[in-house]
Design a protein around this ligand. Sequence first.
Ligand code: ZN
Ligand code: ZN
Length: 411
Amino acid sequence: MTAHKILFLVLDGISDRPCPELGNRTPLQAAVTPILDGIAAEGACGIMDTIAPGIRPGSDTAHLSLLGYEPEKYYTGRGPLEAEGCGIHMEPGMIGFRCNYATLDDQGRVVDRRAGRIHRTEPLSQAIQEGVDLSPLGVEFFFRSGAGHRAALAFRGEGLGVAVTSNDPKKEGVPPLPFEARSGDEADRMTARALAAFVAQAEEILRDHPVNASRRAEGLLPANTVLVRGAGKMGYFEPFSTKYGLSGKVISAAALISGIGTAVGLTRVDVPGITGSVDSDLGAKVRAAREALSSADFVLVNIKGADEAGHDGNVREKVAFIEKIDLALAPLARLPDTLIVVCADHSTPCSVKDHSADPVPVVIAGEGVRVDRVTSFNEISCAEGGLHRIRGSSLMPILLDLLNRSPKYGA
Ligand code: ZN
Ligand code: ZN
């Protein structure tokens, strides 16, 4: 018997280093995780450098590598992938940016880089999309809301560069910075001019928008400007279905990860109630994953909260969230006709409060897998498993081989 489907679970930043608070165990070692341990006991385990040993991955570059798209070749900055994740269809050559709604005072100084943590900004973004006109510059633009105060912008046009500075001063009490070309290239100067025109026109629209009028009336900060950063040019991604012969879907609360998914040709599944935070509705995500597997060969699920706890350096919260994930995964542990892969995209040690290059635990379970002796899913136990130490880019080839779909190399 051979499985035909793949459930690919990425537990974002779940991997860690020994924590003194936990008697020098990692949060994964300390947490009670019967479901993950059961998958480890029935699978082949290992540790994995998602990009390469010693390379400290971002979530974006790590996911590209796990899906088999070398970040060295395919990664062109976070902007275009974030834009794709916000629902802008990014064609090769388009320029993407990440944006924040922010608040300026009467003197034009930034008083809040997140506009009072505003959310549900769709009416503002729609007004900007309809009201701003960059056609005199020969630029077509797309502007969409993301989660909370976040948004994304994309430009389409001839002769646009990406070497431009951000207007985000990264602190409060000072005015936004001017957009500047980082080079003498006319293309970069053109993009800087288009960005300046975009923000100036957007501010006009935001100033008197009813959403901001009612926020002022309620004593909330208005979203009266847009900070723009992370310029990047969208590249060409060989479609996942062509590369592997598998149809695929992606489930993630993080726009960046769904953007990577749709950029490579996975279909995005939206799940109400998932937040990408420790309060996310994991049950809804797990149900959506089961449902998605009924109509796709490959489903990528990213579960984000443990990364956030790691960035906060909150060991207890990380352990608690790992246990919450474990409970939620019960319905996925034994799916018929399906290989299940569980891994992280990178370590986010609580002691570092950022990503580190420590390899992550990985397990593959299902039909045809050579089961090893590892019976718990954590950084230390998995290092003794049958997969040994692999790279993220090896995962898809290993999975394809287990599906008996790997092309033969040689005679
Ligand atoms: Zn991550
Ligand atoms: Zn992170």
